[in-house]
Write a protein that binds this ligand. Structure first.
Ligand code: PMV
Length: 319
């Protein structure tokens, strides 16, 4: 019997970077998913297969995280090992991952993978609540990135829109479905490095940065109201205002600026999503301007249209 679960990726609509300094950020799950299919094996092995590579280890070998060469695989081995231990199971397990979330560009693919793998592995034994799946998947992410906020996994588990800050997460109850065009700059970025650069900027420009945090806080406050009203014109201009602040803290690049300039010609508004320094740009559209914006951005980037995913974690099949 196979146990199958899938979980969505995410984008940050407002508040990246400023969230590190206490401002609320808004993110949403997108309709691009990772699916994990798990089954028992006759041999005592744990085998992980994905489009990005395969890895395996013996069931009895203690989990030595340094020995697993592929960094992104570590949480998956942790999840399988912990679950086998919990249920006192000696059989081997194979997990196969299939993804339609491009990896490594800030769309939450690692967190979605941890959520899907947790649900599918645990699903071999027992169907756990979303809260329990989320807890275990955050635990698994912490073994490679101790400071992970849990925001990506939370929105991936529960779907929809979410506001978060240092004090926690808050579901935004809005069924308005936004359409976003996500354009990949194809510039690689390192979130930690960029967060550190922003800290340096803040330390050199304390007063200016404090003012910017105030402006961002106001943008987010207004965005929460406009999301409920589905006012795309206003939301689009708030997105563009947010981009001005991101540009001021130097997380944009020439390529990102160019994508945003082109996207802004026809969409309601466009900005970086996530850490910046590369990664992706989002533009807000609806049926009136989606095709023109997409066609234009296709000439200069890899891009696709996404909508909000309201389901979060889905169990497709379990024992
Ligand atoms: O690039 P992403 O999607 O991992 O987002 C990073 C968001 C930051 O605000 C820049 C950092 C953080 O920890 O919140």
């Amino acid at each position: 019997m196979k146990s199958i679960a899938s979980a969505p990726g995410k984008v940050i609509l407002f508040g990246e970077h400023f969230v590190v300094y206490g401002v609320k950020a808004i993110l949403c799950a997108i309709d691009k998913r990772i699916t994990a299919t798990t089954q028992f094996l006759d041999e005592p092995k744990i085998r992980i297969k994905s489009e990005l590579g395969n890895a395996e280890m013996d069931v009895d070998t203690p989990l030595d995280l340094n020995s697993i060469s592929t960094r992104f695989m570590k949480p998956f081995f942790y999840i399988v090992k912990e679950t086998l231990r919990e249920f006192n199971e000696k059989k081997g397990v194979e997990v196969v991952l299939k993804s339609d979330i491009p990896a490594g560009i800030g769309l939450g693919s690692s967190s979605a993978a941890c959520v899907a793998v947790t649900a599918s592995v645990v699903g071999l034994f027992d169907k756990k609540s979303k809260e329990q799946v989320l807890k275990k998947s955050i635990e698994s992410e912490r073994i490679i990135f101790e400071d992970v906020s849990g925001a990506d996994s939370s929105v991936s588990t529960f779907g929809g829109l979410m506001a978060y800050d240092k004090n926690g997460f808050e579901k935004i109850y809005s069924k308005n479905n936004l359409s976003l065009i996500i354009a990949n700059s194809n510039q690689v970025h390192d979130t930690r490095e960029i967060v550190l650069k922003v800290r340096e900027f803040k330390n050199k420009n304390e007063k200016m940065f404090a003012d910017m945090c105030k402006q961002e806080k106001e943008l987010v406050r207004e965005a929460l109201l406009r999301l409920k009203e589905n006012d795309l014109n206003k939301l689009g201009s708030l997105i563009s205002e947010n981009q001005k602040l991101l540009k001021k803290i130097n997380v944009s690049t020439d390529k990102l600026d160019f994508l945003i300039k082109e996207a802004s010609k026809t969409s309601y508004g466009a900005k970086i999503t996530g850490a910046g320094g590369g990664g992706c740009v989002i533009s807000l559209v609806d049926e009136s301007n989606a095709t023109t914006t997409l066609e234009n951005l296709k000439k200069i980037s890899d891009c696709f249209i996404a909508k909000i995913d309201f389901d979060g974690l889905r169990y497709l099949q379990s024992k």
